[in-house]
Design a protein around this ligand. Structure first.
Ligand SMILES: Nc1ncnc2c1ncn2[C@@H]1O[C@H](COP(=O)(O)OP(=O)(O)OP(=O)(O)O)[C@@H](O)[C@H]1O
Length: 598
């Protein structure tokens, strides 16, 4: 399958920017004074930590104030093992990374269950705890610290000076940039990007969101550990001060001010804050006539100002002055399309709901509701506002489980399964209130629907060893977009489309999962006449292919012209069920639902 997204050409100099940056970095230590090289070294070290925060906070939406403690873990591990036990620094890097991964997994399992402001508070708690651990444990040198940390040797060449160290630090920065960008540009990356504001939708598409959170938490901690390891061997001395909560806040400043959701924002933020800090530390005491950490006050004010002006930090502002990077042609011709689920024989029962009841406190939103859907039929679920239709959808799809009742999907009881497990069994849905990731392209949004059709994990993604699978996922997404009539919007931001089209994007996303049962919650709302006709035509084609469709819709012409059977709800209960023509003549339905109008 191939698709032809719009391809724009980018000015060659924009494409060359990273290469120009690398060339400048290569010659920098040869030309710049010692002081500037030292400053650049620190910018590199901080940028590595900030990059982790871009992933964790900017993209994943999980705020952490405790990253400095992980930097300390990396620094103290190598400081202790090299000075006390004479272990090779390269081995201590591996030990530090392993230890950090263990600590991050343990802390992540506890902390990431917290939501809202409890999560940042949790990170503050363990950030402070680790800091005091460094200062109070005797064999870690207490507040005096550990000195005499050996230099690093690379291929027999000892890195004694900052100039020599420069290349190692910036190689690490480059590595972290590449890993992060690779990770975000993948199936796993889409799962991570869905965490901020789209967890419920992502789970319904089969994403294991708790796992995604733990992974980015651990990756951010590992970046911090790497930075700490480099720091310890650059300074050759460690004490607890650089790993305090204040430094943790400063890392967050860097990520937020630079551009919290942008990989390059981490570099910008680290550079800006480090240079500003240096400058302010020189000048503010002179201006104010006394010494103190006045720069922190300045950074606080700057943060508030920038967040007022540009919530996404400075990087997006900078981008405005650069000719827009084009939407890359990401969909390519693929040899082998994704495998499809075996088709369920037409007429075979797909879904059976029995006595479904859902209570919200004292309110009974669904009361003893029962319905069936077979393969190759369209069942419409109708009823006045507040009848309980969306609640039933949420119960069936596992998004908000029932209070009681049974749901059998393809012969298996599923009412206690999480939504991602129900999705895995072939049920896919859209939402009444559209749940798209509005800043992401239509292509990426739809590709989330195909999440369960790939299996390459986070590590292959970071190393870009999953390109073949990724190409097939994107080709599938592009095919479904084309099938739903949105090919011209492939690379548009999903949030830029009118609401009606956003609903169609949701259908394409659901179809990308290769479902045997589709739950569509008000798919025709906001569509114009011809768009509704096209949608009805698409749903008829799906029915002919053997897919079962359960549809909530208020547009009666649309429903009656399409549905094979209609189930009517009122006050959470089933009022009537039957063929469209029978339901339309049912006096109870006319009275209660259609207000007695024929
Ligand atoms: N999370 C919730 N907490 C409390 N009450 C809820 C919740 N979700 C739905 N309800 C209530 O349950 C009832 C059924 O709502 P539901 O959204 O399922 O109806 P609906 O038939 O889909 O209506 P509409 O056609 O307007 O979307 C309503 O009274 C609603 O206020």
């Amino acid at each position: 399958m191939s698709a032809s997204p719009r391809l724009q050409l980018s000015p060659p100099w924009v494409k060359a920017l990273p290469l120009i940056g690398i060339a400048l970095l290569a010659v920098a230590p040869l030309l710049l004074p010692e002081f500037t090289v030292t400053l650049l070294n620190y910018i590199g070290l901080y940028a590595i930590v900030a990059m982790g925060l871009v992933l964790l906070t900017g993209v994943g939406g999980l705020t952490s104030f405790g990253q400095a403690a992980f930097v300390g873990l990396g620094a103290y591990t190598t400081a202790t093992l090299t000075t006390t036990y004479g272990v090779s620094p390269w081995l201590t890097l591996l030990v530090g990374l392993a230890l950090t991964a263990l600590v991050a997994l343990a802390l992540g399992f506890i902390t990431l269950r917290l939501s809202g402001h409890y999560l940042p508070l949790g990170t503050i708690a363990w950030g402070i705890s680790l800091y005091y651990l460094f200062g109070n444990v005797e064999f870690l040198g207490g507040h005096t610290g550990i000195s005499g940390i050996p230099t690093l040797g690379v291929f027999g060449f000892e890195l004694h000076s900052g100039r020599e160290f420069f290349y190692l630090i910036w190689l690490a920065v480059l590595g972290v940039v590449v890993l992060t960008r690779n990770l975000l540009d993948s199936r796993s990356g889409r799962a991570i990007r869905a965490l901020k504001g789209g967890s419920l939708m992502a789970e319904a598409m089969g994403v294991n969101t708790p796992r995604a959170k733990i992974v980015i938490f651990t990756v951010a901690a590992l970046y911090a550990c790497l930075s700490g390891w480099l720091y310890a061997h650059l300074q050759r001395f460690v004490n607890p001060t650089p790993f305090s909560l204040t430094q943790g806040i400063e890392y967050l400043f860097m990520a937020v001010i630079g551009g919290v959701a942008h990989v390059w924002g981490a570099l910008l933020g680290a550079g800006l804050i480090t240079i500003l800090k240096q400058w302010l530390q020189d000048w503010l005491p002179q201006l104010l006539g006394q010494s103190g950490n006045f720069e922190i006050i300045f950074f606080g004010l700057m943060m508030i100002f920038i967040l007022h002006r540009s919530r996404d930090g400075l990087w997006p502002i900078l981008l405005r002055f650069v000719p827009q990077a084009p939407a890359a042609q990401r969909v390519t011709t693929v040899g082998q399309p994704l495998a499809r689920r075996p088709v369920v024989e037409r007429g075979q029962e797909l879904l059976s709901v029995r006595e479904a009841t859902k209570r919200f406190g004292g309110l009974v939103a669904n009361n003893q509701m029962s319905l069936d859907v077979r393969a190759g039929e369209v069942v419409a679920l109708i009823g006045p506002n507040g009848a309980g239709k969306s609640t039933l959808f949420n119960g069936i799809s596992g998004v908000d489980p029932l209070t009681s009742g049974e749901i059998t999907f393809r012969g298996e009881r599923v009412e206690r399964l999480p939504s991602r497990e129900i999705a895995r069994r072939g049920m896919s849905r859209t939402f009444q209130h559209v749940r798209l990731l509005s800043g992401m392209s239509v292509l990426d949004n739809v590709a989330i629907g195909a999440h369960l059709r790939g299996d390459r994990g986070y590590l292959p993604a970071a190393l870009h060893l999953e390109r073949d699978e990724e190409a097939r996922l994107l080709a599938e997404a592009a095919y479904q977009i084309e099938r739903c009539g949105l090919a011209e919007h492939l690379n548009d931001a999903a949030g830029s489309l009118p609401l009606g089209k956003q609903r169609i994007v949701e259908i394409a996303r659901a179809l990308a999962a290769d479902p045997c049962l589709l739950l569509l919650d008000e798919p025709a709302a906001g569509l114009r006449y011809f768009e509704k006709q096209a949608l009805a035509e698409l749903l008829r084609r799906l029915r002919d292919e053997g897919i079962g469709v359960l549809l909530v819709e208020h547009d009666m012409d649309f429903v009656m012209g399409l549905a094979d059977r209609v189930v009517v709800m009122e006050f959470g209960e089933k009022l009537a069920e039957g063929l469209p023509e029978d339901v339309q003549r049912n006096p109870a339905v006319l009275e209660a639902y259609l207000g007695g109008v024929e």
